[in-house]
Ligand binder design. Structure first.
Ligand SMILES: [Mg+2]
Length: 181
């Protein structure tokens, strides 16, 4: 049976923005992250992280460094993330996985039975909202991370603008129950 997914950006959305985060000791989940992710899981959503990690392509940190950070996120979230997809390439590398390309979403669609029409892309940057729009999903911009700064530059409209991930999740769950979107 198909399930809706919430695709989550990582830096500035799920965890605090750190420029080229490379060390587990610099990882900080937001205080609301565990609650927000748990609410989504309890409501039947797949929770899938899609993250551009060009720091790998730039040689700033390795894939193993990133996997260590993802492992620690899973520890702190009690393994609530269904999958992590990452793009290691440079912005001008011409790959199809870097957001707003759909490569990571397509990988998730190949691995999970996802109801895309009821799925969301949530992030703090314009490219996150663009990914959701190009992928025919509902979209939420959060104002943590770069969100407040990026909001001012928008000529595209997300479905929702939310203070943070917890606020976005509450809105996602209420639109689900009343069918207003
Ligand atoms: Mg981000």
């Amino acid at each position: 049976m198909k399930r809706p997914a919430v695709f989550l950006d990582r830096d500035g959305t799920l965890i605090e923005e750190v420029n080229f985060l490379s060390r587990v000791e610099d990882l900080r989940l937001f205080p609301f992250t565990a609650d927000a992710v748990r609410l989504l899981k309890d409501s039947g959503y797949l929770v899938i992280v899609v993250t551009n990690q060009s720091g790998i392509g730039r040689g700033i940190y390795t894939e193993d460094d990133m996997h260590a950070i993802h492992a620690q996120i899973q520890v702190e979230l009690d393994n609530a993330i269904d999958a992590f997809y990452f793009c290691p390439h440079l912005p001008d590398g011409g790959c199809e996985c870097r957001k707003p390309g759909l490569g990571m979403i397509e990988s998730a669609l190949a691995n999970f039975d996802i109801d895309l029409e009821r799925s969301w892309m949530v992030g703090d940057k314009k490219i996150d909202v663009e990914t959701g729009i190009i992928g025919n999903m509902l979209t939420a911009l959060v104002l943590t991370g770069y969100g407040a700064e990026h909001q001012a530059t928008f000529e595209i409209q997300p479905t929702l603008i939310s203070t943070d991930l917890h606020d976005a999740v509450k809105s996602i769950l209420s639109t689900k129950s009343n069918g207003s979107i």
